[in-house]
Write a protein that binds this ligand. Structure first.
Ligand SMILES: [Zn+2]
Length: 136
């Protein structure tokens, strides 16, 4: 079913979906190491924000509007938020981080950047530029 709807990435997508959660987490973490290296190559220094999040923390974020879902990939250790520094200055500007978002999506068909949830290359909807996830 997946392969028929997406001939190019379908087989890989099906493979990812059949993995145990721990295997997915390890693929995600390896790809995050590549993302960090790419960020520095693009002139973006990075520090960690949140990775794993508890149910209680997620509930608080939904109540305060910081998050819009109780189905966050942070709950599965498949998402991480970063802080970015360009020329020494903190930035979350969509335009600064978009090239890294594009790179992230190129690493795996299941990868999504919070600056472009629907992958339409536009700055629309709920924007969460620090967020990188594997959505499986
Ligand atoms: Zn996040």
């Amino acid at each position: 079913m997946q392969a028929a709807s997406s001939p190019k990435g379908g087989d890989h997508r099906t493979k990812i979906e059949s993995m145990h959660l721990s295997e997915k987490q390890r693929v995600f973490t390896l790809n995050i190491s590549r993302l960090i290296a790419k960020g520095y190559a693009l002139g973006l220094e990075m520090t960690f924000g949140e990775a794993y999040r508890t149910i209680e923390q997620q509930m608080l974020y939904v109540q305060t509007g910081r998050s819009h879902t109780m189905n966050s990939n942070h709950l599965r250790r498949l998402a991480v938020d970063f802080n970015f520094f360009k020329n020494g200055h903190l930035t979350y500007r969509w335009e600064d981080i978009k090239p890294l978002g594009d790179y992230w999506e190129s690493l795996d068909p299941a990868n999504r950047w919070g600056g472009d949830w629907n992958k339409n290359n536009k700055k629309d909807g709920f924007i969460d530029t620090p967020h990188f996830e594997m959505n499986v």
